[in-house]
Design a protein around this ligand. Sequence first.
Ligand SMILES: *Cc1c(COP(=O)(O)O)cnc(C)c1O
Length: 228
Amino acid sequence: MIKENINEVETKIQNAVKRSNRNRNEITLIAVSKTKPISMINEILKEGILDLGENKVQELCDKYDELKEKFHINWHMIGHLQRNKVKYIVDKVTCIHSVDSYRIAEQIDIEAKKKNCICNILIEVNIANESSKFGVLEDSVYKLINDIAKFSNVRVRGLMTVAPYTENAEDNRMYFRKMHDLYVDIRNKNIDNVTMDMLSMGMTNDYEVAIEEGATHIRVGTGLFGER
Ligand SMILES: *Cc1c(COP(=O)(O)O)cnc(C)c1O
């Protein structure tokens, strides 16, 4: 069943890639494995999907330990992160997608120094200005990135957003477009220590539109593993 899901998602990715004249290798599919058991994750890994997304520190660490001998997994932290938990993941994850304050970036820098690593981060943007959402507002992104750029053990790699929940993916096109505009604007500023090569947007309901609007990383849970 998971294999069929993978095939379906992959076909949709490739169609969106074609429609937008992009290359498949510009897009990384992150399988969001939160709440799903190791048995299902194993099926995904065996199909060659090695980028996994989790939103809770404890769950990420448990799964990391369980799988580290068998697969070389790129773990993505996609959920809201508390400062006191940064130390558990800073040297385990490929990227933290959910940085939305100076203080959390400062903590990541402190813990990354202790572990002698450099931690990739994305700035989470609340692009639709929803009161229920984490993320910084569009107006604050540029200042936050400038402030974070001075941390030697943190590298800003791009932006992430969780677009509004909608049945109709087209509703989110304008938000994805805004995100891409912002991403390109910041990239063009050539800020020291800021790379801007990751744009993480698009989930099960809207990843095709996100790809058409320039996503480099899509985060798909339900579409691969089924309902949670
Ligand atoms: C759960 C989650 C996803 C995946 O959502 P689906 O709709 O199941 O694809 C993506 N991004 C974040 C931040 C999530 O928490």
